[in-house]
Design a protein around this ligand. Structure first.
Ligand SMILES: Nc1ncnc2c1ncn2[C@@H]1O[C@H](COP(=O)(O)OP(=O)(O)OP(=O)(O)O)[C@@H](O)[C@H]1O
Ligand SMILES: [Mg+2]
Length: 624
């Protein structure tokens, strides 16, 4: 083993102490029991020596009985110690595993959205499941056996030298190549081991995504395509596993060959020495019996080494997540808003995603906008202009990269996250629900968890379909709410935002999936709620714009114009263009006497399809 990698493997695994601490007493107890078993096993040949020598000598009868009893006793002691070792190490590590898993989960919850943009879910899943169970098994068996077998080999080597120095040295020098081969093995194996764990994570992502997107895949008849892709990935993983197995096979071949050869060599040397009278028959037997006891610890080195390297990689992968800094966190000296009024102000706000090209200008390029308390502001812009991005900045799902966002005059970064998110509630473009009851989904962020509050929120969102569900509000909706229609999901997500009764309501295109009739009723409900709630509503439809007191036009990363709908129609050509390209709904365009030709509409549609037609690979779930 090269000093550098051994040290770093040690250092890497040392970090587990933090989590393994509660299990340490039992682990150490297990090691002690294992050592007792190992040392007792080594003691047996020493008694054997007395036994053999006395059988040959004159005082045979006196010594045989006690020596035989001693060997029997030692054998029982060894078996008992092994049992105790197993019993001690088996359970405590399940607790360590559970604690590490909670720590990982807690971290994943705290890490900002930008982390989850970067990380594939399968990589996180494989860390939470297979890596952690590998670490548990290694702590219970790998680590304990590594220490026990290592010490046993050392003590055994000393005993061998004690029995006959020349023979002992022949044995130790003969076994040296094992260490050289093991060092080489570590280098090849650990690289492949890491790759295989990463590939397993990718495979998990592939499974997750295809199960997730099963409807799309089926509908487009693309089952074969993803199957092929999956098989290719699985084949890669198999290749890596083979590579690992080959490296291990080479090691194991040497690990059986070398001790056998060394023993044969020792036998020849031993017989010669004995013939010259330098060794009694008993000592020769003791020597080989001791060497045989060392056989298993020596053989196991290969396996334990591989196991340790796997555990090291699993530990690295675990800490990669745990070590990721949480950059959206509570401030050190938080301020509190005593009586929130809900005045939302964007002041020179800049934002760019971390993966943006260096030379690209900021996606949000200096937005100034004030939403007065109780006011409803619509946000309008062509697709991809950054509307959803702006809404995500308000509850600090992402932090601004320049400028500031103020809530009642306080920079939102000076507020505790819990406070900020109590004041601000959101409904997202894709209305994600959880596999939980309708009630728990809607009341997710609500302080008032009464039936009345639930009923009111559902009423505002016109989610009366809930009454028709098998168990009403207690019906558990399927995974991600996929058993509901798009419009139903959207209304529950809207109800969830309303039920949180926030000062500031941020709605990203909340009515897009509704028919005109339902939309009108939801709007009426929303108007009641919005009367004293500050709202920022992304609008894709002119009818949503109609909800708003004022409209802000987002263009080229800035707010190009703010005013009432009719003011903007009258003064801003860009606004007329954007509004007319938003939707095919004829009433607004007609009402304003706009005459926009199809070209304009098509232009914005084409832009929307740009990414698809260009064949750019989208991130997981297309979330980029
Ligand atoms: N998580 C992300 N990571 C990197 N880039 C992103 C991410 N989310 C969005 N983008 C990019 O930022 C730009 C603005 O996206 P955004 O979702 O804010 O637009 P939008 O105005 O809401 O569009 P739409 O009207 O289609 O909903 C797009 O070019 C998009 O590719
Ligand atoms: Mg959007």
């Amino acid at each position: 083993m090269s000093a550098v990698t051994r040290l770093s493997t040690l250092a890497a695994l040392w970090r587990l102490v933090r989590f393994a601490r509660p299990a340490l007493p039992r682990l150490i107890g297990g090691m002690v029991a294992g050592l007792v078993a190992g040392l007792v096993a080594l003691a047996i040949p020493q008694v054997l020596e007395v036994l053999v020598d006395s059988a040959v000598g004159a005082d045979a009868r006196d010594a045989i009985v006690p020596a035989t009893l001693a060997i029997l006793g030692l054998g029982l002691l060894e078996a008992g110690a092994i049992l105790v070792r197993r019993w001690l190490v088996l359970t405590p590590n399940t607790r360590v595993e559970a604690a590490m898993r909670s720590a990982l989960y807690e971290r994943l919850q705290r890490l900002p959205v930008s982390f989850h943009d970067r990380w594939a879910s399968g990589q996180l899943l494989s860390r939470a499941v297979s890596d952690l169970s590998l670490i548990r098994r290694w702590l219970a068996f790998g680590l304990v056996l590594l220490v026990v077998n290592g010490v046993t080999v050392l003590v055994g080597a000393v005993l061998l030298i004690g029995i006959q120095p020349v023979l002992g040295i022949v044995f130790i020098v003969g076994a040296l190549p094992i260490w050289i081969i093991a060092a080489r093995f570590e280098r090849t194996y650990s690289v492949a081991a890491r790759r295989s764990q990463d590939q397993a994570g990718d495979l998990a992502t592939a499974v997750e995504e295809s199960v997730h997107g099963i409807r799309v895949l089926k509908a487009f008849g693309r089952g074969g395509y993803v199957q092929e892709k999956f098989e290719r990935q699985a084949e890669q993983l198999r290749g890596t596993e083979l590579e690992k197995a080959r490296a291990a096979a080479v090691l194991w071949r040497w690990l059986t060959l070398i001790p056998d050869t060394v023993l044969a060599l020792c036998l020849i040397v031993g017989v010669i020495i004995a013939a010259q009278g330098g060794l009694t028959a008993g000592a020769l037997v003791a020597f080989f019996a001791t060497a045989t006891v060392l056989r298993f610890p020596l053989d196991s080195i290969g396996f334990l080494l591989a196991f340790t390297l796997d555990a090291r990689n699993a530990t690295d992968r675990f800490f990669e997540v745990i070590d990721t800094p949480v950059d959206i966190e509570d401030p050190r000296d938080p301020l509190a808003i005593e009586a929130p009024r809900g005045r939302l102000e964007f002041r020179g706000v800049h934002f760019r995603y971390a993966d943006a090209k260096d030379d690209a200008k900021d996606l949000i390029d200096g937005v100034d906008l004030v939403v007065e308390p109780g006011e409803t502001m619509a946000l309008v812009g062509i697709t991809g202009s950054g509307k959803s991005t702006i809404t995500a900045l308000v509850p600090r799902l992402y932090d601004v990269t320049g400028g500031e966002i103020l809530l009642d005059g306080v920079d939102i970064r000076r507020l505790r996250l819990s406070e900020l998110r109590r004041h601000v509630a959101m409904a997202f473009e894709d209305s994600t629900l959880f596999s939980d009851s309708v009630r728990d989904n809607v009341l997710l962020g609500a302080e008032d968890r009464s039936d009345a509050a639930l009923k009111q929120a559902l009423e505002v969102a016109q989610a009366d379909f809930v009454d028709d569900l098998p168990n009403g509000v207690d019906t558990v909706i399927g995974e991600e709410g996929l058993s509901l229609s798009g419009g139903q999901r959207q209304r529950l997500a809207l109800a969830r935002a309303v039920a949180a009764a926030p000062r500031v309501l941020v709605l990203d295109d909340p009515l897009s999936a509704l028919d005109v009739d339902t939309e009108a009723r939801v709007e009426a409900g929303l108007r009641r709620v919005l009367a004293d709630t500050t709202a920022l509503i992304v609008a894709h439809r002119p009818s949503t714009v109609a909800l708003a007191d004022r409209v802000a036009l987002l263009d080229e990363g800035r707010v190009a114009a703010v005013g009432t709908h009719s003011e903007l129609l009258a003064t801003s050509e860009r606004y007329r263009f954007v509004i007319s390209s938003l939707d095919d709904e004829p009433h607004l365009g007609e009402g304003c006497g706009l005459d926009i030709d199809d070209e304009v509409r098509r232009a914005s549609r084409d832009e929307e399809r740009g990414a698809e037609t260009l064949g750019i690979p989208l991130g997981e779930g297309g979330r980029s």
